[in-house]
Every structure is written in structure tokens, then in C-alpha cells.
Ligand binder design. Structure first.
Ligand SMILES: CC(C)(COP(=O)(O)OP(=O)(O)OC[C@H]1O[C@@H](n2cnc3c(N)ncnc32)[C@H](O)[C@@H]1OP(=O)(O)O)[C@@H](O)C(=O)NCCC(=O)NCCS
Length: 370
């Protein structure tokens, strides 16, 4: 990739600082204090943690492309394009340019001898949703050995916490148990699961238990849909999810739903049990999901973006009907893959979606330093 696309060219403030968001005293401290040796073979070669600069981008891209190649052996639905270093590099450059919450990205590399053996990029996201935070997105880190991530985090997190950003989020390939374990041993825990399944064959149809029927939702369903819609934030507000997200009023929910029902990009299904509307699900292209972006997103996938069943109708098979209906819809719309995501602490969702064939691709881990 040419000079015009380098992050220095695109981010004048980064050019001025020469680095991504690191105050001078922190840089000096990081350079002076984070020299570590690892493992049997590496005793003679020290690991050095340094601020990321443009000379490391190609090495970082190669590490990310290799991580994605290994990831796709477990999750073949993920986009093969990111196995190519230029595409991986473009994602890294995008992160280095991003300042979604007005904070410049902060980034570190791990160097052993002359080799770059890891990198970590943290960006800030909307604090009204994520509190004072730093996100390591799906392209935000790759390491030659899982243990290196702990050294990178040590150097980076000191600055984040010093500046009051105490909620840390990281997206990690779900199949890389050693990498997930490295993050767990830094105090992180599972918060969200992103998952995929292949579209089913043409012979597949949703199984309908007795007394249950599914149909497309219409405007006359608005009041029922609002009740069902609110069942999700109500569920998330309670134990053991404790999402902290406020539950909107019925009027607010209806207003949101009205827009969605009129928008041809979304398809809403409603399930009736003995003639009463008890569950609903929304399907769309995964491209409409801002949280399923970058390496998380397959080339083309349908998305089970919302599903809920009223509490008194749970456990009757309605959730399966909703999920299977969306899976069949995605196949009919020509998507080779179907995606969804859920809170790891949502017991019902984390038991239902794997039963419908969804397999985790990325885990979002969270650490709160209080
Ligand atoms: C998640 C939800 C949609 C599932 O709907 P549901 O009608 O309760 O689920 P179903 O009765 O169809 O059961 C779904 C599957 O999960 C399985 N399941 C349920 N509880 C289980 C448990 N404790 N252990 C193992 N499997 C379990 C069921 O056996 C069923 O699989 P099967 O059909 O192969 O037997 C529903 O519980 C709900 O609305 N929860 C609150 C809102 C929510 O979490 N929405 C999803 C956000 S991602």
C-alpha cells in the first residue's frame, strides 16, 4: 500500500505527535520499564514493549493475517480476505485513524530482537454506553505467542487507567483457547459472544410445534411488538446479566419499532401461541450491525438481530421457531452464513442459539477496574 494510505498521512495529529495518543512521560516510562524475557527458548532474547510507529505496520499486518488464517480453520465462515496482509493492514490503519470518542488510538508493539512479535491498539468508544473505556477491536491485537498479550496490556493499561479509562473491552478469536486464557489471566471475563452458522440446505424448514404459528409482523402488531421488544432489555437488566442499560418506555419502544417496520431492510417475524403474540424476531443483512464489523463480519451473512419471547411463553419452543425462521429467511435471501450475538451471561440465549447450530467466532471480554 502506498504512502497516501499510511496512517501518518491520514491523521495529521498523529503525525504531529509521531505516536498514537501517548503522552511523553508515559512513552519514556514504557520504553524504560517493559523489557521482559519469556519462555525456555527466549531467555536470551528480551521482549521489548514500544509505542507503535508506522515502521511496524507491515509486521503487525502479517501477524493479524496469520491470526485470521488460523482462526478460519475453526471458523471457515469468516472472510478469507483478511488472510491477506494488505487487507489486514487496512483494518489496522483504520483503527489507528479512528477517534470515535474524541480519543486518539493508543498503540503498542512487542519487539524481540529485530522481530515485531505483537501489537495492541486501543480506541475509545461512546462513554455514555461503555463508560470511560478502551476497546481492542477485532483487528486490534495479534501476537506471535499468547503470553505476549499480557506484556502489551501491562504497558498500555497503565496509561488508560492513569487517564481514568477503567473499562477495557477486547475481541478475541473464540477458538484460540490460549489467547483467551491469556486475557482471562489479566482479569478479563466473557461479556458477549459473536457466532455464525452456515445457511441450511433447501430442504430445511422451521419446525412448528402444535399451537404455534409464525408470520410476518404488520403495523397492527405494533402494541404487541412493543411488549415483546421490551422483554429483552428487561431480561438484560436482571440477574445474572445486569447490563446496566435502561429499559425504554412502551411509547419509546413503539416509536423505534414503527421506523423499523417501515424500513424494507429489516424483516420482523411474530410468533403466536394459541392465537396470542408471544415472540418476535428481526432479520436483516449483517452489514446493518455496527458491532459485527471488520474481521467479525463474513463476506455475506444474514443477521438474527433481535429475538425475544414473553417470559410466560419461554421454554415452549417459540425461541427455536423464531431462530429457525430467521435461518430459513437468510438462506432464501441468498446469504451463505447466518450470524447472531448474545450476552454470555444471558442464560436463555446462550443455551438456545448454540442448539440452533450457531458456533462462537469472537468473544468480547471485559475488565472493569474499580
Ligand atoms: C432466548 C429466548 C428467545 C429463547 O426462547 P425460548 O422460547 O425460551 O426457547 P425454546 O423453548 O425454543 O428453547 C430453545 C432451545 O434451548 C434449549 N434450552 C433451554 N434451556 C436449556 C437449558 N437449561 N439447558 C440446555 N438447553 C436448554 C431448549 O431445549 C431448546 O433446544 P431444543 O429445541 O433443541 O430442545 C427466550 O428465552 C427469551 O426471550 N429470553 C429473553 C430475551 C432474550 O434473551 N433474547 C435473546 C437475546 S440474544
Amino acid at each position: 500500500m502506498g504512502h497516501a494510505t499510511s496512517p501518518f498521512a491520514r491523521n495529521p495529529s498523529a503525525v504531529a505527535r509521531g505516536l498514537w495518543g501517548w503522552p511523553e512521560d508515559i512513552l519514556r516510562r514504557a520504553a524504560a520499564s517493559t523489557v521482559i524475557g519469556h519462555g525456555e527458548h527466549d531467555q536470551r532474547m528480551q521482549l521489548e514493549i514500544r509505542p507503535f510507529d508506522a515502521s511496524f505496520i507491515d509486521d503487525a499486518a502479517r501477524l493479524l493475517a496469520a491470526r485470521h488464517r488460523a482462526h478460519r480453520t475453526a471458523s471457515p465462515g469468516l472472510d478469507p480476505a483478511f488472510e491477506q496482509a494488505p487487507r489486514a493492514r487496512a483494518e489496522i490503519e483504520r483503527l489507528l485513524r479512528e477517534e470515535p470518542a474524541g480519543e486518539a488510538a493508543s498503540a503498542m508493539v512487542a519487539v524481540r530482537g529485530r522481530a515485531c512479535v505483537g501489537y495492541l491498539i486501543g480506541i475509545g468508544r461512546d462513554p455514555s454506553i461503555w463508560r470511560a473505556n478502551v476497546w481492542i477491536e477485532s483487528a486490534g491485537h495479534a501476537v506471535a505467542e499468547p503470553e505476549i498479550v499480557r506484556d502489551l496490556y501491562r504497558a498500555a493499561a497503565e496509561t488508560w487507567v492513569d487517564s481514568g479509562r477503567s473499562h477495557h473491552y477486547v475481541l478475541v478469536p473464540a477458538s484460540d483457547r490460549d489467547l483467551v486464557d491469556g486475557w482471562f489471566r489479566l482479569g478479563f471475563g466473557q461479556q458477549q459472544v459473536h457466532a455464525l452458522r452456515a445457511a441450511p440446505p433447501a430442504s430445511f424448514t422451521a419446525h412448528m410445534p402444535d399451537g404455534i404459528r409464525v408470520r410476518l409482523a404488520a403495523r397492527r402488531d405494533l402494541a404487541n411488538l412493543a411488549h415483546i421488544d421490551r422483554a429483552l432489555p428487561e431480561h438484560h437488566a436482571r440477574s445474572p446479566v445486569f447490563s446496566g442499560v435502561s429499559v425504554p418506555s412502551l411509547a419509546e419502544t413503539e416509536a423505534d419499532l414503527e421506523g423499523e417496520l417501515d424500513d424494507p431492510r429489516y424483516v420482523t417475524f411474530i410468533v403466536e401461541h394459541d392465537g396470542r403474540a408471544v415472540g418476535a424476531a428481526t432479520a436483516c443483512s449483517l452489514e446493518l450491525s455496527s458491532s459485527n464489523n471488520s474481521l467479525i463480519r463474513p463476506g455475506r451473512a444474514g443477521f438474527l438481530g433481535f429475538a425475544a419471547v414473553l417470559p410466560e411463553a419461554r421454554g415452549l419452543g417459540v425461541g427455536r421457531v423464531l431462530g429457525e425462521t430467521v435461518i430459513a429467511w437468510a438462506r432464501d435471501a441468498g446469504y451463505p452464513w447466518v450470524a447472531t450475538d448474545w450476552r454470555a451471561t444471558n442464560l436463555e440465549a446462550s443455551r438456545t442459539w448454540p442448539r440452533l447450530g450457531f458456533e462462537p467466532t469472537f468473544l468480547r471480554l471485559h475488565r472493569a477496574i474499580v
